[in-house]
Design a binder for this molecule. Structure first.
Ligand SMILES: C[S@@+](CC[C@H](N)C(=O)[O-])C[C@H]1O[C@@H](n2cnc3c(N)ncnc32)[C@H](O)[C@@H]1O
Length: 241
């Protein structure tokens, strides 16, 4: 197997249940906080392989989910699972240009591609009256992270801030924060355990480029397990003021 770095990255990042930390309880919490109606129109932006769609439909059983992502093989996986379900529309699209209006825009681990303030600015017009954006964003829990944690996040998200910094970015977009919650260890393990299994399955045939990507993922997982008191994901539910 030969591969370039991008090909190697997407060799690892496919056929996984999700592409970032998250668990069903996060969506139940956000829906309750937002008093989401059971008929809610929802968008799952940056949906990845669609790991959150079934829970979104659980919290709004008479609702609808528009699941969109820019990455073709994630969208192909979501289509395979959901194309026969009339409650789900699947789109390969840019989250900067979402259409229609929603009671909840759900964005798990993808808002940083746009930036919090920029994303909320862009999505304001796509919210129904009373509608919310619920997003998870990587977040420092300490002002003095270890060198190892700093090195990881300098590479992945150089602009990463703390809870006060995320709230300031929400305020700057003219939104109010209804509530926040740190993602649990179970939410992280729900991402990392399947990723570890995929690393183990790919390792025997991996070439140099893929080994580099696998090694980086192993370090990311080990860093979180060793330093999870220093960083995590903050889930925020916000609404235009
Ligand atoms: C960290 S993954 C999270 C995926 C999913 N929400 C989950 O939790 O499993 C981020 C996702 O954002 C998508 N993405 C990045 N930029 C995007 C854009 N401009 N428009 C749509 N999707 C985008 C990526 O393709 C990827 O699937």
């Amino acid at each position: 197997m030969t591969s370039d770095p991008m090909h190697a990255f997407f060799t690892l990042h496919r056929d996984l249940p999700r592409e970032g930390p998250g668990e069903a309880a996060d969506i139940h919490w956000a829906a309750a906080l937002a008093s989401l109606p059971d008929t809610a129109q929802m968008a799952d932006v940056g949906c990845g392989p669609g790991g959150d769609i079934s829970t979104l439909l659980e919290v709004a059983p008479k609702g609808h989910v528009t699941a969109l992502d820019k990455t073709a093989h994630f969208i192909a996986a979501v289509r395979q699972n959901w194309q026969d379900d009339g409650r789900v529309t699947v789109l390969q699209a840019d989250m900067a240009r979402i259409m229609n209006r929603y009671d909840m825009i759900w964005c798990a681990g993808a808002v940083y591609f746009m930036g919090v303030t920029q994303a909320l600015d862009a999505w304001r017009k796509s919210l129904k009256p009373g509608g919310v954006v619920a997003f998870s964003e990587a977040c420092w829990f300490t002002d003095a992270p270890s060198d190892r944690a700093r090195a990881l996040w300098d590479g992945e998200h150089p602009g990463m801030t703390n809870a006060a910094g995320i709230k300031a970015q929400v305020d700057a977009a003219g939104f109010e924060t209804l509530g926040t919650r740190c993602l649990s260890d179970a939410a992280w393990e729900g991402f990392y355990q399947p990723l570890e299994a995929r690393i183990a399955a790919l390792r025997p045939q991996a070439d140099a480029a893929l080994n580099t990507v696998l090694d980086e993922a192993v370090e990311e997982i080990a860093c979180w397990r060793a330093h999870r008191d220093e960083f995590g994901y903050l889930l925020s539910v916000v609404r235009p003021k």
